[in-house]
Design a protein around this ligand. Structure first.
Ligand code: ADE
Ligand code: ZN
Length: 338
């Protein structure tokens, strides 16, 4: 349960965000603004009507609207404005460092050049108020050949990308479908992550580890259905980027009280809290912390653990990681001494 002191600590504590789709930070107001700027017509009469459509029954029902929303992004400035809006919002939540997903195929399929996408997002990351790095995701409902072509297209911008990920419709598109493109990315020295065990079974988490060699699992909440897999994730200290509000909106769990975040932590898993698609799921990272702590038996020790996990699981130079971990400890030591 959440008291005022814990609420304040969750908001003020330094944190990293490791699972945020930049296209999922596009607020309805900005969608309408960009539609007008670019002369794109939307099948919604108003911002309110668009927001009303955000009633999802599962992952696919969300993705259909999410891809439609992204259709207003055409110019480098559009990608810049979207990214800058997220970075400012994240800074207000005391996010120190964000590892941002982007979906180039959503844009190149509409004729937007890869360079337009990455230049806009990258420039905002350079100008923005917090540390930010980029992870390029492949859309798993498309073919591996298309993912390979996207990786090739990204090569001139290799220095702007720290890793690759795998997102979109999970069930029916297991990680092993992307074995070759992840192997190629690994040979390029890129970090590897994949969505697994969000709607898909624990076996997808296992193949993300064994076939793709990922270094973090995005979501992964269904791991608890398999005791051997859970033990392995603990043994390997494999981080899970959990997104509590997303899990409720996409009906992975019925209500926040059913979220398994506390059980993941109790099992010794390196769970982190993230926003996934904050414009669509009812809140940014602090809203996720607050909703989870409000509904679950989580206390200040869990808050410290989650903040530390977020930096421990980040793809950061050891020295920067150590500095931020020390900042978290100093924050909690000072707050608890007060
Ligand atoms: N793309 C954006 N958000 C996603 C999610 N939660 N799962 C899969 N693909 C996504
Ligand atoms: Zn996601």
């Amino acid at each position: 349960m959440l008291n005022e002191q814990l609420r304040h600590m969750l908001q003020a504590m330094p944190k990293a965000e490791l699972h945020i789709h930049i296209e999922g930070s596009l607020e309805p107001e900005l969608i309408f603004e960009l539609a007008q700027r670019n002369g794109v017509s939307l099948p919604y009469a108003s911002v309110e009507a668009l927001r009303q459509a955000y009633a999802f029954t599962d992952l696919q029902s969300f993705l259909d609207i999410y891809y439609a929303g992204a259709s207003v992004l055409l110019t480098e400035q559009d990608f810049y404005d979207m990214t800058m809006a997220y970075l400012r919002r994240a800074a207000a939540d005391n996010v120190r460092h964000a590892e941002i997903f982007f979906d180039p195929q959503t844009h190149t399929a509409r004729g937007v050049p890869f360079q337009t996408v990455i230049d806009g997002i990258w420039r905002a990351c350079q100008d923005g108020p917090i540390s930010a790095t980029l992870i390029m995701c492949f859309l798993r409902h498309l073919s591996e050949e298309e993912a390979i072509a996207t990786l090739e297209e990204a090569l001139p911008f290799r220095d702007k990308i720290i890793g690759v990920g795998l997102d979109s419709s999970e069930v029916g598109h297991p990680p092993e479908k992307f074995a070759r493109v992840f192997e190629r990315a690994r040979n390029l020295g890129l970090h590897l992550v994949a969505h697994a065990g969000e709607e898909g079974p624990p076996a997808y988490i296992e193949s993300a580890l064994d076939v793709l060699n990922v270094e973090r699992i995005d979501h992964g909440v269904r791991c608890l259905e398999d005791a051997d897999l859970t033990a392995r994730l603990v043994r390997e200290q494999m981080a899970l980027t959990v997104c509590p509000l997303s899990n409720i909106k996409l009906r992975v769990f019925d209500v926040m009280g059913d979220s398994n975040l506390r059980r993941l932590l109790d099992a010794g898993l390196v769970a982190t809290v993230n926003s996934d698609d904050p414009a669509y799921f009812g809140g940014y990272i602090n809203d996720n912390y607050l909703a989870a702590f409000d509904a679950l038996p989580l206390d200040v020790h869990h808050a410290r653990q989650l903040a530390k996990n977020s930096f421990a699981a980040a793809f950061l130079e050891p020295e920067r990681k150590r500095a931020w971990l020390a900042e978290v400890d100093a924050f909690f030591d000072a707050a608890q001494a007060a």
